[in-house]
Structures are given as structure tokens and as C-alpha cells.
Design a protein around this ligand. Structure first.
Ligand code: AMP
Length: 415
């Protein structure tokens, strides 16, 4: 199948060609035709499958038939990064359509968003909280919305956005077309679907298992040796862009600092950074000037960098769904990727769950020549001077002038 067969407007096809897409991905093949017929959709697809274009292309098609200068489509996103990226996809795919989009999220002033809304846009890509702020202030007009997309619904539920989404739904006119995308289908999302979608078509890609192009490996290691192992792995592996996941913001910051000191082009991405620093981190990663991004799960939502060759779970994710989401950052469309997970003795149950969804036993690896027997005091004494500097540096630069070690019980140890 090719994109011409969808009967998309020539202006939209020009955008598809400009991005170099030649063959639609399975989620696009299955969902674009029913969406173009006006059907509601439940898209069970993980990131990396091409789901954004699956809803953006038919949305653009519909909006071309509506009057300009008023919002005809709303896309709800869990994070500002994903909202920005979806807007970029709209700008790229819709570059020859003249349709305009806005990304709406908190953490930045409202005035600029209000000015852009007043100037006339057709698509709003919004995080739930800030969208509600605009609704309550009367600075956004949603009375002409005909298409609603709820993207990464399961993640929004995890982040506690469900009540906000329900409030937004009350402000939208009916009937409208609703498209809901989610990697998994927890009960609350199922209920939301029953209450919100009308006779939906379900499109399922990949049963929420990670992409087949990803190879998986576990590195059993003691907690205090993780940073040393990470540095050694990065030194020895040939990598393009690497995404390292940690469980806490503090740890993401600290590891990025340690990698920089070890000579890597690394930076961190987490919720304690200002919007400017988050954007700079993402831009650097996308442009390739930053090779290693150390991120928390939430901050990394929606990172869309095609050349991510390695996802390294410094800390094992808290659930199998989170594993799927993290790993979805690599092996995108038909690229190959490696998913390396550091595991300690405490992670046994989660490892079993992950192996169950992968339907295979994950290879256990040991890094040859790495000193797995180094004791905690040994490794600490090597880095003591550096740590003191790091704590001050992180404490003053990033955490509102509070020393970083106050924020973490792990502040005095290296891992
Ligand atoms: P998504 O799952 O929407 O985050 O998309 C993952 C990546 O695949 C993005 O970088 C898209 O630009 C890219 N992509 C989407 N559709 C196609 C396609 N048909 N051919 C090649 N790349 C695509």
C-alpha cells in the first residue's frame, strides 16, 4: 500500500513526501481509512509505530474542509514535550496546507499562547491542565471542535489527568469524532472509552509488546556499581544517541553530571528543569550535539529522535508498561535498537514480568574485564572529591538553591 491510496489532499501528500515517508506503517494502514470515514477509533499502539501521522493525516484532511481561523481539532497530550513534537509533526505534514497549530502547556506564561490563539489556529495540541486554564479564562474557543484526539491515554491516567480530561470533554460539543490512542488499556481507560467514544473501531498493533526491532539484554549489577558500569559500557559500545532512564529526577541530574565529567556529551531531562533547559536538552539531543540524554520516565514521554540506538535502563522501570514505553524510544519504525537494563537482586519479580510480555528469556550479560567486586567504600573513595563538587554544583544550579543531597537519601553515595 502507498499513501496515494488514502485519497488524501495533494497538499497533505506533499508533506508526506517532504518527510520521506514512502510506505504507511501498519497503524496508518488500519486507522487512516476509518478515521477518514468519520469513525471513532481506539488505537492500541505503542510509540514508534507511526501513530502520530495515523491521526494527524486524516485530521488535516478533515480540517481542510472547515472554515479557517477557528479550532476544529484538539489533541490532548500528557506532556509538553509530546505536545511540541505533535505540533512539529503537524507543521511538517501540513506544511503545504496552510493549517496552523498551537502547543498549549503549563510552566510558561499564558500571554504568548493567548496571542497565538487570537491570531487564529485550527489545531490545538494541549496538556490537560493548561487547556483547562484557558477554558476557564475564556481565552480559547472550543465550540467548533469536530475532532478530539486523546493521545497516550494510559500515560495521562498514570499521571492523574483523568479528571481533567473528563472536565475538558464536558466543554466540547457533541457529536464529534473522537480518536483515543493508548499503548495499554487499563480499566479506567476502558470506562472512559465506553462513556466517550461512539461505536469505535479498534486498531491494535503489537499487543503492547516492545517493537520487534529491539534486542534486549540484562546486566546484573550491584546498585553502587551502576554508574561505573554505565561509563564502561558507553566507552566500549558503538552508539548513536543513547537514552538513559533513571527512577528519580535527582539521579538523572547526577548521572548526567558524572557522564559529562567522564568526557561524554551528556545532559539531563527531568521535571525540575525550567522549560528553557528542557527544550535546550531536547534540541541538543535531536541535533546530535548531545549524545546521551539521562531522563526520568515522565520527562521522556514523546521524545522522538529516530537515531536512538540504545535505551539503557539504569533503574529498571516500575512496570512492564513503563518498560514498553521506554523501549518504544528505540527501534522506531524499522530501525534497530538495543535495550540494556541494569538489574539488582531486588528486581527479580519485575524481570519475570517483562520476560512474560516479551515471551522470551532475556539474555543476561556480564561486561568482560569490569570489576564487579569493587566494594562501596572503594568506589566512594575514588570519587569523594568529585562528589563534593557535584553536590554543590547540582545544588546551586538546579534545585532552587537547596543542596541536592537534602533531596535524596542516596545523596552521599555514588550510584
Ligand atoms: P510515532 O509512533 O508517531 O512517534 O512515530 C515514530 C517515528 O516514525 C517518527 O519519527 C515519524 O516521523 C516516523 N514515521 C511515521 N510514519 C512513518 C512512515 N510511514 N514511514 C517512515 N517513518 C515514519
Amino acid at each position: 500500500m502507498n499513501f496515494e491510496e488514502f485519497n488524501l489532499h495533494p497538499g497533505i501528500l506533499a508533506g508526506v513526501r517532504a518527510l520521506g515517508y514512502t510506505t504507511p506503517t501498519p497503524i496508518q494502514v488500519q486507522s487512516i481509512p476509518p478515521i477518514m470515514q468519520g469513525r471513532d477509533i481506539i488505537g492500541l499502539a505503542q510509540t514508534g509505530t507511526g501513530k502520530t501521522a495515523a491521526f494527524v493525516l486524516p485530521t488535516l484532511q478533515r480540517l481542510l474542509q472547515l472554515p479557517r481561523g477557528r479550532i476544529g481539532a484538539v489533541i490532548i497530550s500528557p506532556t509538553r514535550e509530546l505536545a511540541e513534537q505533535t505540533c512539529e509533526a503537524i507543521d511538517d505534514l501540513g506544511q503545504k496546507t496552510g493549517l496552523r497549530s498551537i502547543a498549549i502547556y503549563g510552566g510558561v506564561g499564558m500571554d504568548q499562547q493567548i496571542r497565538r490563539l487570537r491570531s487564529g489556529v485550527e489545531i490545538a495540541v494541549a496538556c490537560p491542565g493548561r487547556l483547562l486554564d484557558h477554558i476557564w479564562k475564556g481565552t480559547i474557543n472550543l465550540s467548533n471542535v469536530e475532532i478530539l484526539v486523546i493521545d497516550e491515554a494510559d500515560r495521562m491516567f498514570d499521571m492523574g489527568f483523568l479528571p481533567d480530561i473528563k472536565s475538558i470533554l464536558k466543554c466540547l460539543m457533541k457529536p464529534r469524532q473522537t480518536l483515543l490512542f493508548s499503548a495499554t488499556m487499563p480499566d479506567d481507560i476502558r470506562r472512559l472509552v465506553q462513556d466517550t467514544l461512539h461505536n469505535p473501531v479498534t486498531v491494535q498493533i503489537g499487543h503492547s509488546a516492545p517493537a520487534a526491532t529491539v534486542s534486549h539484554a540484562l546486566y546484573p549489577v550491584k546498585q553502587h556499581l551502576k554508574t561505573a558500569l554505565l561509563i564502561e559500557l558507553l566507552r566500549r559500545h558503538e552508539t548513536e544517541s543513547v537514552l538513559v532512564f533513571t527512577r528519580t529526577k535527582y539521579r538523572a541530574e547526577r548521572i548526567a553530571q558524572q557522564l559529562k565529567k567522564a568526557g561524554f556529551r551528556a545532559t539531563s531531562l527531568h521535571g525540575n528543569l525550567t522549560q528553557g533547559r528542557r527544550q535546550a536538552a531536547l534540541d541538543g539531543f535531536r541535533a546530535g550535539s548531545v549524545k546521551i540524554l539521562v531522563a526520568t520516565d515522565i520527562a521522556a514521554r514523546g521524545i522522538d529522535v529516530l537515531s536512538i540506538s540504545h535505551v539503557i535502563n539504569y533503574d529498571i522501570p516500575e512496570s512492564t508498561d513503563a518498560y514498553t514505553h521506554r523501549i518504544g524510544r528505540t527501534g522506531r519504525v524499522d530501525k534497530k535498537g538495543d535495550a540494556l537494563t541494569f538489574v539488582t537482586g531486588a528486581d527479580t519479580a519485575l524481570v519475570k514480568d517483562i520476560e512474560r510480555i516479551l515471551k522470551t528469556t532475556i539474555e543476561r550479560r556480564r561486561l568482560k574485564g569490569f570489576n564487579y567486586e569493587m566494594s562501596e567504600p572503594d568506589i566512594k573513595s575514588v570519587h569523594t572529591t568529585k562528589k563534593v563538587f557535584e553536590r554543590r554544583h547540582i545544588g546551586t544550579q538546579t534545585y532552587n538553591n537547596r543542596p541536592a543531597y537534602e533531596k535524596s537519601p542516596a545523596g552521599l553515595c555514588l550510584t
